[in-house]
Design a protein around this ligand. Structure first.
Ligand SMILES: Nc1ncnc2c1ncn2[C@@H]1O[C@H](COP(=O)(O)OP(=O)(O)OP(=O)(O)O)[C@@H](O)[C@H]1O
Ligand SMILES: [Mg+2]
Length: 479
C-alpha cells in the first residue's frame, strides 16, 4: 500500500483535526451542561418542595379524622410555581395508604417499607423516582409524622419533574442543533485559512516542477508577504540563481577549455599533414619537431592550469599545504625565476618591501605571484619597468607601466579564458587562465586579488591575504 499517495492534503488534515478537536470540546461541554443543569434544577425543586411541605406535614400530623389531603396540598402550594403538580399520601407504619390526594397513581403506595424505614432513621427522605401511573419522573419526599394522633405514619409528597425534564430536553435539542453548525463553521473556516496559507505552496511546487536545467532561467513566484513562505520562495530563488550561475560557468568553462585545446591540436595536425605530404628522405625533420614541441609545451601548460582550476572547484578552494613563509623570500624566488623573461623584453624587474611572515601555501602563492609578474612582463611594451612590492602586512603587489586595462574589461580579467585582446592573447601565448588561478589561490587563503588600472599608464595587481587574529601584522595595524 502506497501510504504517500493515500495521505490527505495538509489543508484537509488541518480542517479535520480542527473539527475533531472542536467536536470533543463541544461534546464534553454539552454533557457537562446537561448534567449541571439537571442537578441544579433538581436541587431547586427539592428545596422548594421541602420548604413548602414540611409545615404541611406538621399540620397533617395534628389533624384528626380524615383530612382532605388535596386541600392541605393546595394550602402548601409553592408560590410562583404555576405548573405545580404535587400529589400526596399518608402511609401507616406498615406502608399501607391511609389517605391519598386522589390524583392518578396515588392509590398504591408511592414508596415501599424500606424507604419508610430509611426515612425514620434519617428524619426524612427524598429522591427523584418514577411512580407507576404518573406520566413523568417525580421528586419524592417522605416526612415521618412523629407526634399527634398520626404519630408513626408518614406523609409522602411527589412533585412532577416535568419542568426540569423539559428544560434539559430543550438544552439537548439546542446543543444538537448548534453543534453541527459550529462544527461546520469551524471546518469551513479552518479549510479557508489552510487553503489561503498553503495555496502559495502549491504554486511553488508547480513552478519548481517545471524548472529544469533546460529552463533554468525560470524562478519561483515570490509571495508579496514577508512571511515564512515569502522567505522560502526568496531563499529558493537565490539558490536557483547561484546554481544557475554555476551551471553557466561550468558550461562556458568546458566550451572555452575544449576550444583552447583544439587550436594547438589542430595546428599540430596541419603541420604533420604538410610534412608527411612533402617528406623526402633528405628533409630535416627538426623545424617541424620544434614547432610541434612548442605546441605541446603550450598544451601541457594549459592542462596544468585547467587541473589547478578544476581542483579549486572540486575542493571549494584549492587544497593548501600551509607553512610559515616569509613573503619577501617568496617574492625574491619568483622575481629571480622571472628575470630571464624580463630581460628578454628589456624590462627592469625590481623588488622591494619588508619581511612578512604568514601561514601560506608557498607553491600555490608563488604560482599566483608568478602569474601577475608574467602578465606585467608579457602585456607591457618593451623596456618598461615592473615593480614587485611586499607588505605592509600579508600583501603582494605588482605594478607595471603597460597599456593598462579598459574599465569595461577590468571586471572580467579574472574570469577564466578572458583576454582583453583575443588576437594579442594568442600571439603572446596566454590562454587567459593566469588571473583566474591567482584569484582562486588568494580566495583559498581567505584573501582576494584586486586590480587597479589607468589605461595608458599601467596597472597594479594586489594579492591581499587575510590576517589571522593575533598575528603580528594584525596587532601592528590595530595600534
Ligand atoms: N598587467 C597587465 N596589463 C595589461 N593587461 C593585462 C595585465 N594583466 C592581465 N591583463 C589582461 O587580462 C587578460 C587576462 O589575464 P590572464 O593572466 O588571466 O590571461 P593571459 O595572461 O592572457 O593568459 P595566461 O596567464 O593564461 O597565460 C590578459 O589577456 C590581458 O589582456
Ligand atoms: Mg597571464
Amino acid at each position: 500500500v502506497n501510504l504517500r499517495r493515500r495521505s490527505l492534503p495538509i489543508r484537509a488534515r488541518l480542517a479535520l483535526y480542527y473539527a475533531a478537536v472542536l467536536a470533543v470540546i463541544l461534546a464534553a461541554l454539552g454533557v457537562y451542561l446537561v448534567v449541571a443543569l439537571r442537578g441544579a434544577l433538581e436541587d431547586r425543586a427539592h428545596d422548594s418542595l421541602e420548604a413548602a411541605y414540611e409545615p404541611v406535614a406538621a399540620q397533617l400530623a395534628q389533624a384528626s379524622g380524615a383530612p382532605d389531603l388535596a386541600a392541605y396540598l393546595h394550602a402548601g402550594a409553592i408560590p410562583g410555581e404555576d405548573d405545580l403538580e404535587v400529589v400526596g399520601q399518608i402511609l401507616d407504619r406498615s406502608g399501607r395508604v391511609v389517605e391519598a390526594s386522589g390524583a392518578p397513581g396515588t392509590t398504591r403506595p408511592m414508596v415501599d417499607v424500606g424507604v419508610l424505614a430509611e426515612a425514620t432513621r434519617r428524619g426524612h427522605w427524598h429522591e427523584p423516582r418514577r411512580i407507576a401511573g404518573r406520566p413523568h419522573e417525580d421528586l419524592v419526599i417522605v416526612v415521618p409524622l412523629a407526634t399527634g394522633p398520626r404519630a408513626g405514619s408518614f406523609a409522602v409528597f411527589a412533585q412532577s419533574l416535568r419542568a426540569t425534564d423539559d428544560a434539559v430536553r430543550r438544552l439537548i435539542v439546542l446543543l444538537l442543533l448548534a453543534s453541527p453548525l459550529a462544527l461546520g463553521l469551524a471546518v469551513a473556516g479552518g479549510w479557508r485559512v489552510a487553503r489561503a496559507a498553503l495555496g502559495p505552496v502549491d504554486d511553488l511546487t508547480r513552478t519548481a516542477a517545471e524548472i529544469d536545467a533546460a529552463r533554468s532561467g525560470a524562478r519561483l513566484p515570490e509571495p508579496e508577504r514577508a512571511d515564512e513562505l515569502g522567505r522560502l520562495a526568496r531563499t529558493l530563488n537565490a539558490m536557483l540563481t547561484r546554481l544557475d550561475e554555476g551551471l553557466t560557468r561550468e558550461r562556458r568553462f568546458a566550451a572555452d577549455a575544449s576550444h583552447e585545446l583544439r587550436t594547438p591540436l589542430g595546428l599540430m595536425a596541419t603541420e604533420l599533414d604538410v610534412a608527411l605530404r612533402a617528406a623526402t628522405a633528405t628533409d630535416d625533420p627538426r623545424p617541424l619537431l620544434r614547432s610541434v614541441r612548442g605546441e605541446v609545451t603550450r598544451l601541457s601548460r594549459l592542462v596544468d592550469d585547467l587541473l589547478v582550476l578544476s581542483r579549486a572547484d572540486a575542493l571549494e578552494g584549492v587544497a593548501l599545504a600551509r607553512q610559515q613563509t616569509d613573503l619577501l623570500d617568496l617574492a625574491i624566488t619568483v622575481v629571480a625565476r622571472m628575470q630571464p623573461l624580463a630581460q628578454a623584453r628589456e624590462i627592469a624587474l625590481a623588488l622591494d618591501g619588508e619581511p612578512v611572515h604568514a601561514d601560506v601555501d608557498p607553491v600555490l602563492l608563488g604560482q599566483a605571484l608568478s602569474n601577475l609578474v608574467d602578465n606585467a612582463i608579457k602585456h607591457s611594451p618593451q623596456a618598461t619597468p615592473v615593480a614587485v612590492h611586499v607588505g605592509p602586512g600579508p600583501v603582494l603587489s605588482v605594478t607595471d607601466s603597460g597599456p593598462g586595462i579598459p574599465a569595461e574589461d577590468l571586471a572580467h580579467v579574472f574570469d577564466r579564458f578572458y583576454r582583453v585582446d583575443r588576437a594579442r592573447g594568442r600571439e603572446t601565448g596566454g590562454a587567459g587562465l593566469g588571473l583566474a588561478i591567482a584569484r582562486a589561490v588568494a580566495q583559498a587563503h581567505g584573501g582576494s586579488v584586486e586590480a587597479i588600472s589607468r589605461p595608458g599608464e599601467g596597472s597594479t595587481f594586489t594579492i591581499r591575504l587575510s590576517t589571522p587574529p593575533g598575528s603580528t601584522a594584525a596587532a601592528a595595524r590595530e595600534q
